[in-house]
Design a protein around this ligand. Structure first.
Ligand SMILES: Cc1ncc(COP(=O)(O)O)c(C=O)c1O
Length: 391
């Protein structure tokens, strides 16, 4: 990261504020990946010595992840990323839903990787209730629980929203589901892992998804937690996931090792990161409000590494481009949907159209210090000046 971020005089040239889209790789993770790939390249299913050593590493990665999450190794499956895992959980729960139970509760602000399989199920006759947050972006557990009906077989709620950073009350929802043992509870915790401990046990979660590239690990890696005793979802046909890997095909041992390393470093660095990023995002919030921005992220229960603001009268994409001319890289909304006409998250918050179209998302990665705020704000000033001089 640092070689990309600093020029030859040691000055910061690039300010990457798009960590919710993807994070830069940590060198230790790259090294873990490269070493495992070179040294344990054999197929972990091969019965010879090299195969056994590869299988050993896969197994060790699974045990490390389980230990970090406080769960059993058998409850961890490596995946090709959270999109794959979210779809597998949702479509899998639907295919094993008891007779006559065809209702799912979710939120209107989920990531497209949850909304798209749900839309597919709706076309097949399932009913889905999309619970909306309030105007501040806060989701209330009581609204989610009130949407349950006797036909509900699945509740799917993300832990941290990818556009606003809103923290959803998954523990309270899980507590409310304790007397509904036949309702499965799925949590997409992709945006939470960098900043929050994951309450897998305390929240009565059945399925939880994580993604490697949001915690400085490789793309197309991740894990799916499946509570012991539940059937693991199947991607194709009848095959049960084998050797701790969700997808069929040759397992990527190096990817599993790299994911485990990224998760361990995330755990070790989380407290210090949260402290730094809270300070940084507070300074930016104040500085941007002083420049006329309206903060769209909730004031309370916001993950500190995501800050959504809007400059009324300005288009978000235009500001994103103006900022990038000054080496500041921010996002508009979910990178997967950045071409969709408007944010479904901000629309669900019932915000005025002008605020929605002016919104940008700042999201912070590990290497930013709080005093970067001054430099970021001064580059905002330059970008805003450029835009005003053009209009
Ligand atoms: C909340 C959330 N869920 C799921 C995903 C998809 O993750 P992946 O890129 O690993 O498929 C993302 C990625 O942006 C996300 O933000």
């Amino acid at each position: 990261m640092s070689s990309l971020c600093y020029n030859e005089r040691g000055e910061r040239s690039m300010l990457y504020l798009d960590a919710a889209a993807t994070t830069p790789p940590w060198p230790e993770v790259v090294e873990a990946y490269a070493r495992a790939w070179q040294e344990r390249f054999a197929h972990p299913g091969s019965p010879h010595e090299l195969g056994l050593r590869a299988a050993e590493l896969l197994d060790a990665a699974r045990r490390q992840v389980a230990e970090l999450l406080g769960v059993e190794p058998e409850e961890v499956l490596f995946t090709n990323g959270a999109t794959e895992a979210n779809a597998a959980v949702i479509l899998g729960a639907a295919s094993s839903a008891p007779e006559g139970r065809r209702h799912i509760v979710t939120t209107a602000v989920e990531h497209p990787s949850v909304l798209e399989p749900l839309a597919r199920l709706e076309r097949r006759g399932f009913r889905v209730t999309y619970v909306a947050p309030d105007r501040s972006g806060t989701l209330w557990a009581r609204d989610v629980l009130a949407a349950l009906t006797p036909e509900t077989f699945l509740v799917s709620v993300m832990y941290v929203n990818h556009e606003t950073g809103s923290i959803h009350p998954v523990e309270e929802i899980g507590a409310g589901l304790r007397d509904r043992p036949n309702v499965r509870f799925h949590v997409d915790a992709v945006q939470a892992a960098a900043v929050l401990p994951l309450p897998i046990r305390t929240a009565r979660i059945d399925y939880l998804t994580l993604s490697g590239h949001k915690i400085h690990g490789p793309r197309r890696t991740g894990i799916l937690f499946v509570r012991k005793g539940l059937p693991p979802p199947r991607l194709y046909g009848d095959g049960v996931p084998e050797g701790g890997v969700l997808h069929p095909g040759t397992p990527d041992v190096a990817a599993a090792a790299a994911f485990a390393r990224a998760l361990r470093l995330t755990e070790e660095r989380r407290t210090a990161f949260v402290e730094r990023v809270r300070d940084l995002s507070e300074r930016l919030r104040e500085g941007l409000e002083a420049r006329g921005a309206v903060v769209l992220s909730p004031r309370l229960a916001r993950a500190p590494h995501i800050l959504n603001v809007s400059f009324p009268g300005m288009r978000g994409e235009v500001l994103v481009r103006a900022l990038s001319a000054h080496g500041v890289y921010v996002g508009t909304r979910s990178a997967c949907r950045s071409r969709a006409p408007r944010s479904h998250v901000l629309t669900a918050m019932r915000l005025p159209g002008e605020l929605i179209s002016g919104s940008i998302r700042l999201s912070f990665a590990e290497d930013l210090e709080p005093d970067a705020a001054e430099e970021i704000l001064s580059r905002f000033d330059r970008a805003l000046r450029d835009l005003r001089s053009r209009s």
